[in-house]
Design a protein around this ligand. Structure first.
Ligand code: HEC
Ligand SMILES: [Cu+2]
Length: 343
């Protein structure tokens, strides 16, 4: 359209200049003010502008309108990872860069070859069904981050204390990659985003699989306790009834702090606030919470060896899970809590 307008306007101008030039005897017409033409050249652009502004405004409003979504996912940014919390399907997990740092940094000289996406790969991608309107509720737990996936047209700040929304509808199954778009700290470059769009039946299968892999959610306290109060029951393999017992144990602990039962509650609190970050999903090779096969060989080492690993770190696990301010007893209680859930 612009090119056509260009040729019409400049064509008329050059043709007039050439045709009516002084050297062929053209004489300028002398007239001032023509009300009719002035009204026309005011009204025509006015109508054109209104005609353009209406659809443009409508499109911008639609682009920002996250209502009437088929599903919602709360996206929380952390230094330096993402958490995806599926509001309807009850799935919640963390997503980390999956390429090992040693391979990225080549600490020990060039190692295994890096593939094209080595900085854009995660252990757990955000999975969505194709053709569905997905509302993203984006926030942050620490500093300002940005959830940015160029192909999906979303670049939204995650701001602590605020929830911003955005939405996506993906038409084609596939993998869509992005990165945090704010300079959010020293590992800003290492918090990629991977969105995988699947057909609805494959998505349903994924939800089922994720639920099986996730630690069971605490059940309502009404459930009757089935375990002896002295243990450290967790919301592990047997689900509801044990979780009920945890609730009961917490109540007892609140009533008699310092007693042996208080330890069970402490373990859960510590686990929930620190250890869960890696142990809930089994990130970075951590033995997963409630995963008997992963824990069995470790439990064989004996409680003291496990305490020592948790206190002083082991492999990819930093001492005390990275929170050195934790009391030794709280760390040990968290170990007991995880061991009980995996027995
Ligand atoms: C940053 C991620 C991360 C956090 C946070 C974390 N762990 Fe771990 N943990 C790991 C990894 C990775 C391993 C596997 C280490 C290995 O075997 O090389 C592990 C292993 C363990 C083991 C088994 C040790 C052994 O000897 O086999 C225990 C026990 C454990 N963690 C306890 C804890 C406790 C308690 C907390 C919370 C205070 C915690 N972890 C927080 C990553 C983490
Ligand atoms: Cu960030």
């Amino acid at each position: 359209m612009c090119v056509a307008i260009f040729f019409i306007v400049f064509g008329a101008m050059f043709w007039s200049i050439f045709r009516h030039r002084k050297s062929v005897g053209a004489k300028a017409a002398q007239f001032h003010e023509n009300t009719t033409i002035e009204i026309i050249w005011t009204l025509v652009p006015f109508v054109i502008l209104i005609g353009m502004a209406y659809p443009a405004t409508k499109t911008v409003l639609d682009m920002k309108d996250a209502s009437n979504a088929d599903m919602s996912i709360k996206v929380t940014a952390y230094q330096w990872k993402w958490e995806y919390d599926y509001q309807q399907d009850g799935v919640k997990f963390l997503s980390h860069l999956s390429t090992p740092r040693a391979q990225i940094e080549e600490y020990h000289g060039p190692g295994a070859a890096k593939n094209q996406n080595y900085l854009l790969e995660v252990d757990e991608p955000m999975v969505v069904p194709v053709g569905k309107k997905v509302r993203l509720l984006i926030t942050s737990n620490d500093v300002i981050h940005g959830w940015f996936v160029p192909q999906l047209g979303v670049n939204q700040y995650g701001i602590p204390g605020f929830i911003k929304d955005a939405w996506i509808t993906i038409d084609e199954a596939g993998v869509y990659r992005g990165q945090c778009s704010q300079i959010c700290g020293k590992e800003h470059g290492f918090m990629p985003i991977v969105v995988v769009a699947k057909k609805p039946d494959e998505y349903a299968a994924w939800v089922k699989d994720m639920k099986a892999r996730m630690p069971a959610a605490p059940a309502p306290e009404a459930a009757p306790p089935t375990t002896a109060a002295g243990g450290a029951p967790g919301p592990g393999a047997t689900g509801a009834s044990q979780a009920g017992a945890t609730g009961a144990a917490e109540k007892v602990a609140a009533a008699a702090p310092g007693a042996a039962k208080a330890k069970a509650a402490d373990g859960k609190t510590t686990y929930d606030s620190i250890c869960m970050a890696c142990h809930a999903t089994g990130a970075a090779g951590a033995p997963k919470y409630g995963d008997k096969a992963a824990w069995a060989p470790r439990i064989k080492q004996g409680a003291n060896a496990l305490y020592a690993s948790a206190l002083h770190g082991k492999g990819a696990m930093p001492p005390k899970g990275g929170n050195t301010a934790l009391a030794d007893d709280a760390v040990k209680a968290a170990v007991d809590y995880m061991v009980t859930a995996a027995k």
